[in-house]
Design a protein around this ligand. Structure first.
Ligand code: SF4
Ligand code: SF4
Length: 201
Protein backbone atom coordinates (compact mmCIF):
# COMPACT_ATOMS: atom_id res chain seq x y z
CA UNK A 1 0.00 0.00 0.00
CA UNK A 2 1.37 3.34 -0.98
CA UNK A 3 1.90 6.05 1.64
CA UNK A 4 -0.59 8.27 -0.15
CA UNK A 5 -3.32 5.56 -0.12
CA UNK A 6 -2.77 4.92 3.61
CA UNK A 7 -2.95 8.65 4.31
CA UNK A 8 -6.17 8.93 2.26
CA UNK A 9 -7.77 5.97 4.11
CA UNK A 10 -6.91 7.57 7.47
CA UNK A 11 -8.43 10.90 6.41
CA UNK A 12 -11.60 9.13 5.17
CA UNK A 13 -11.96 7.18 8.43
CA UNK A 14 -11.46 10.34 10.47
CA UNK A 15 -14.06 12.17 8.37
CA UNK A 16 -16.58 9.32 8.85
CA UNK A 17 -15.93 9.48 12.60
CA UNK A 18 -16.54 13.25 12.63
CA UNK A 19 -19.78 12.89 10.65
CA UNK A 20 -20.98 10.11 12.98
CA UNK A 21 -20.15 12.13 16.08
CA UNK A 22 -21.97 15.13 14.60
CA UNK A 23 -25.15 13.05 14.13
CA UNK A 24 -24.81 11.59 17.62
CA UNK A 25 -24.20 15.02 19.14
CA UNK A 26 -27.19 16.56 17.33
CA UNK A 27 -29.58 13.82 18.49
CA UNK A 28 -28.10 13.90 21.98
CA UNK A 29 -28.85 17.62 22.27
CA UNK A 30 -32.26 17.42 20.52
CA UNK A 31 -35.53 17.33 22.45
CA UNK A 32 -36.44 13.82 23.57
CA UNK A 33 -39.19 12.39 21.34
CA UNK A 34 -39.74 9.14 23.23
CA UNK A 35 -41.27 8.56 26.62
CA UNK A 36 -40.31 6.30 29.50
CA UNK A 37 -43.68 4.54 29.53
CA UNK A 38 -45.29 3.75 31.98
CA UNK A 39 -43.40 6.21 34.22
CA UNK A 40 -44.28 8.95 31.74
CA UNK A 41 -47.49 9.30 29.76
CA UNK A 42 -48.33 11.16 26.58
CA UNK A 43 -49.78 14.64 26.96
CA UNK A 44 -52.39 16.05 24.59
CA UNK A 45 -49.78 18.46 23.19
CA UNK A 46 -47.68 15.52 22.02
CA UNK A 47 -50.56 14.00 20.08
CA UNK A 48 -50.52 16.47 17.19
CA UNK A 49 -50.74 14.46 13.96
CA UNK A 50 -51.34 11.18 15.79
CA UNK A 51 -53.86 8.88 14.08
CA UNK A 52 -55.60 6.51 16.44
CA UNK A 53 -58.57 4.30 15.49
CA UNK A 54 -61.48 6.19 13.98
CA UNK A 55 -64.27 7.55 16.12
CA UNK A 56 -67.57 9.24 15.42
CA UNK A 57 -68.13 12.87 16.39
CA UNK A 58 -71.25 13.58 18.40
CA UNK A 59 -73.73 16.38 17.84
CA UNK A 60 -72.87 19.50 19.85
CA UNK A 61 -76.24 19.46 21.64
CA UNK A 62 -76.41 15.69 22.04
CA UNK A 63 -72.86 14.25 22.16
CA UNK A 64 -74.16 10.67 22.37
CA UNK A 65 -75.80 11.01 18.93
CA UNK A 66 -73.47 11.03 15.89
CA UNK A 67 -73.31 13.84 13.34
CA UNK A 68 -73.33 11.04 10.76
CA UNK A 69 -76.14 11.25 8.20
CA UNK A 70 -75.62 7.68 6.93
CA UNK A 71 -74.71 8.89 3.43
CA UNK A 72 -72.33 5.94 2.89
CA UNK A 73 -69.56 8.14 1.45
CA UNK A 74 -66.99 6.74 3.89
CA UNK A 75 -68.01 3.17 3.06
CA UNK A 76 -67.50 3.86 -0.64
CA UNK A 77 -64.26 5.79 -0.12
CA UNK A 78 -62.57 3.21 2.10
CA UNK A 79 -60.07 1.16 0.07
CA UNK A 80 -59.87 -1.52 2.77
CA UNK A 81 -63.60 -2.07 3.24
CA UNK A 82 -63.36 -1.66 6.98
CA UNK A 83 -66.50 0.43 7.53
CA UNK A 84 -70.03 -0.98 7.60
CA UNK A 85 -72.94 1.41 7.96
CA UNK A 86 -76.57 0.32 8.24
CA UNK A 87 -79.07 3.11 7.66
CA UNK A 88 -81.83 3.63 10.20
CA UNK A 89 -85.25 2.54 8.99
CA UNK A 90 -88.42 4.59 9.05
CA UNK A 91 -90.35 4.09 12.29
CA UNK A 92 -93.26 1.68 12.04
CA UNK A 93 -96.58 3.55 12.28
CA UNK A 94 -98.77 2.66 15.24
CA UNK A 95 -102.19 1.08 14.77
CA UNK A 96 -103.84 4.48 15.30
CA UNK A 97 -101.55 6.12 12.74
CA UNK A 98 -102.23 3.32 10.23
CA UNK A 99 -105.97 3.79 10.72
CA UNK A 100 -105.66 7.58 10.30
CA UNK A 101 -103.60 7.08 7.11
CA UNK A 102 -106.16 4.64 5.74
CA UNK A 103 -108.99 7.07 6.43
CA UNK A 104 -107.08 9.92 4.82
CA UNK A 105 -106.44 7.77 1.74
CA UNK A 106 -110.13 6.96 1.52
CA UNK A 107 -110.92 10.67 1.63
CA UNK A 108 -108.52 11.12 -1.29
CA UNK A 109 -106.00 13.08 0.77
CA UNK A 110 -102.27 12.82 0.22
CA UNK A 111 -100.81 10.62 2.95
CA UNK A 112 -97.32 11.30 4.24
CA UNK A 113 -95.63 8.09 5.25
CA UNK A 114 -93.01 8.22 8.05
CA UNK A 115 -89.55 8.90 6.62
CA UNK A 116 -86.38 7.13 7.67
CA UNK A 117 -84.20 9.40 9.81
CA UNK A 118 -80.86 10.37 8.28
CA UNK A 119 -78.78 8.51 10.82
CA UNK A 120 -77.03 5.16 11.14
CA UNK A 121 -78.62 2.24 12.95
CA UNK A 122 -75.22 0.51 12.98
CA UNK A 123 -71.72 1.84 12.42
CA UNK A 124 -69.08 -0.87 12.51
CA UNK A 125 -65.36 -0.38 11.97
CA UNK A 126 -62.64 -2.99 11.66
CA UNK A 127 -59.44 -1.37 12.91
CA UNK A 128 -57.45 -4.49 12.00
CA UNK A 129 -58.01 -3.69 8.30
CA UNK A 130 -57.64 0.09 8.55
CA UNK A 131 -54.51 1.68 7.11
CA UNK A 132 -55.46 5.07 8.60
CA UNK A 133 -55.25 6.53 5.09
CA UNK A 134 -57.81 9.23 5.95
CA UNK A 135 -59.98 8.81 2.86
CA UNK A 136 -63.13 8.34 4.96
CA UNK A 137 -62.41 11.40 7.11
CA UNK A 138 -61.72 13.58 4.07
CA UNK A 139 -64.83 12.44 2.19
CA UNK A 140 -67.34 12.73 5.02
CA UNK A 141 -69.70 15.60 4.12
CA UNK A 142 -70.98 15.86 7.70
CA UNK A 143 -67.50 16.01 9.29
CA UNK A 144 -68.65 13.16 11.48
CA UNK A 145 -65.42 11.13 11.61
CA UNK A 146 -62.03 11.75 13.14
CA UNK A 147 -58.99 9.91 14.40
CA UNK A 148 -59.05 9.16 18.08
CA UNK A 149 -56.15 9.96 20.37
CA UNK A 150 -56.20 6.49 21.88
CA UNK A 151 -52.47 5.80 22.09
CA UNK A 152 -52.80 3.07 24.68
CA UNK A 153 -55.11 0.73 22.76
CA UNK A 154 -54.12 -2.87 23.39
CA UNK A 155 -56.04 -6.04 22.60
CA UNK A 156 -55.44 -9.71 23.14
CA UNK A 157 -57.75 -10.87 20.39
CA UNK A 158 -58.03 -9.59 16.82
CA UNK A 159 -61.82 -9.63 17.18
CA UNK A 160 -61.55 -6.78 19.71
CA UNK A 161 -60.41 -4.53 16.85
CA UNK A 162 -63.88 -4.79 15.32
CA UNK A 163 -65.51 -1.76 16.88
CA UNK A 164 -69.08 -0.61 17.26
CA UNK A 165 -68.53 3.13 16.86
CA UNK A 166 -72.07 4.06 17.94
CA UNK A 167 -71.60 2.22 21.24
CA UNK A 168 -68.17 3.80 21.69
CA UNK A 169 -69.60 7.28 21.06
CA UNK A 170 -72.28 6.66 23.71
CA UNK A 171 -69.63 5.52 26.21
CA UNK A 172 -67.42 8.54 25.41
CA UNK A 173 -70.33 10.96 25.91
CA UNK A 174 -71.17 9.32 29.24
CA UNK A 175 -67.54 9.48 30.39
CA UNK A 176 -67.28 13.14 29.32
CA UNK A 177 -70.46 13.97 31.27
CA UNK A 178 -69.09 12.29 34.40
CA UNK A 179 -65.77 14.14 33.97
CA UNK A 180 -67.59 17.49 33.72
CA UNK A 181 -69.49 16.76 36.93
CA UNK A 182 -66.30 15.75 38.77
CA UNK A 183 -64.45 18.87 37.57
CA UNK A 184 -67.33 21.21 38.30
CA UNK A 185 -69.85 19.75 40.77
CA UNK A 186 -71.90 23.01 40.59
CA UNK A 187 -73.01 21.90 37.11
CA UNK A 188 -75.08 19.13 38.64
CA UNK A 189 -78.70 20.19 38.72
CA UNK A 190 -80.16 20.11 42.19
CA UNK A 191 -82.55 17.24 42.74
CA UNK A 192 -86.10 18.64 42.74
CA UNK A 193 -87.39 18.64 46.30
CA UNK A 194 -90.82 17.11 46.55
CA UNK A 195 -93.32 19.46 48.11
CA UNK A 196 -95.09 18.14 51.10
CA UNK A 197 -98.81 17.66 50.72
CA UNK A 198 -100.78 20.76 51.70
CA UNK A 199 -97.83 23.17 51.44
CA UNK A 200 -98.74 24.46 47.99
CA UNK A 201 -99.76 28.11 48.00
S1 SF4 B 1 -58.73 5.55 7.33
FE1 SF4 B 1 -58.69 4.65 5.24
S2 SF4 B 1 -58.59 2.45 5.57
FE2 SF4 B 1 -59.21 3.35 7.53
S3 SF4 B 1 -61.45 3.29 7.51
FE3 SF4 B 1 -60.85 5.28 6.68
S4 SF4 B 1 -60.76 5.00 4.47
FE4 SF4 B 1 -60.74 2.96 5.40
S1 SF4 C 1 -69.51 9.07 8.71
FE1 SF4 C 1 -69.76 10.70 7.19
S2 SF4 C 1 -69.33 9.75 5.24
FE2 SF4 C 1 -69.70 8.10 6.68
S3 SF4 C 1 -71.87 7.62 6.47
FE3 SF4 C 1 -71.67 9.11 8.13
S4 SF4 C 1 -71.95 11.11 7.18
FE4 SF4 C 1 -71.56 9.66 5.52
Amino acid sequence: MSVFKKFWDDVSSLWSLIVGLKVTGKNFADKNVTLHYPRETVTSGQLEGFRGPLELIGKPKDPAKPKCIACMMCVTACPSKCITVVKAKAPKPTEAELQAMKEAEERGEKVKKPKAPKEPAKFLYDFSLCSLCGSCVENCPAKALRYSSNVYLTVTDRKELKMDLLARLGAQAEAAAVETVVENPKNVEAEPVEKEAGTES
